[in-house]
Ligand binder design. Sequence first.
Ligand code: ASP
Length: 332
Amino acid sequence: MRSSLLSVDDLTRADIERILDRAESFAEVSGREIKKVPTLRGRTVVNLFYEASTRTSSSFELAAKRLSADLVTVKAAGSAVEKGESLKDTVQTLSAYHPAAIVIRSPYAGAADLVDRWSPAAVINAGDGKREHPTQALLDLYALRRRAGRLDGLRIWIVGDVLHSRVARSNVLAFERMGCEVTVCGPPTLIPRGVESLGCRVAYDLDGLREADVVYALRMQQERMDGTLVPSLREYATRYQIDGRRLGPHQILMHPGPVNRGVELAAEVIDSPQALIVGQVESGVVVRMAVLYELLAGRPDSGPAPRAGTGRPDPGPGARGRLEPAEEPQPA
Ligand code: ASP
């Protein structure tokens, strides 16, 4: 396994299985009264969040704390980023604390790769623009394996705004790698061209939805939409909303959150026993503990950031996922 986690493509099936098994062992720790192990005592984890987050930032915080790491959380709002400090300067500043890991969430595709080049710390991509969100994919695999008892052969329909979804991209790669059959479904304007090259099928209506074992709904990402990609949210809901009529009695329902109630999901399915949404959130902590463990246990802390151009070798295009949206990384 690479020393950073930037994309699901960094992981083999064996890596994924090891992380999921490790997460199972941390689930036992989460059941204790004192939910802590000394594994990362004396190590520093930096959480660098340039974009809104509830679940991902809080679960990475809890994961680092439960492994006894020292944690520094920097959110763009309230930091020197607001004063115009660049990503590169911020990373070099924080590298002065010799972090073992930097967890980065950014609205720019490729930002985590840049941080990985600039810092000797292990870098974890906690969501970069429309590109990838590998730890979301891992926690989804974990939650689903627990609920369904297996992953191999499951038929999964990912429904909604695939175009703007880094979760869709990472999850198609991860589900496929674990032997699932994936179909992405949504209006043609919200399906990225060439998505089949990730190994999934494409559907433009919900007619075949009943064949799915798992329905994975996506949020309509209005903050990333420019122009009118759907006539209206009402129209979208009429054709694609997952409600009590469309969800079969044996289907498992997943959603990465946050949910737009009444848009991609109807209230009755969100609150039904078929929904795994809360289980997904709960899985975030143990899976992120497992990722930190895999990347950091037995690996020395980073020194100061290298000078420009002397960092790690460029990971190359293969490390950047196969479907790269045309977004510019944040300028250095
Ligand atoms: N929370 C997920 C993400 O950060 C999904 C979403 O925002 O819709 O990508």
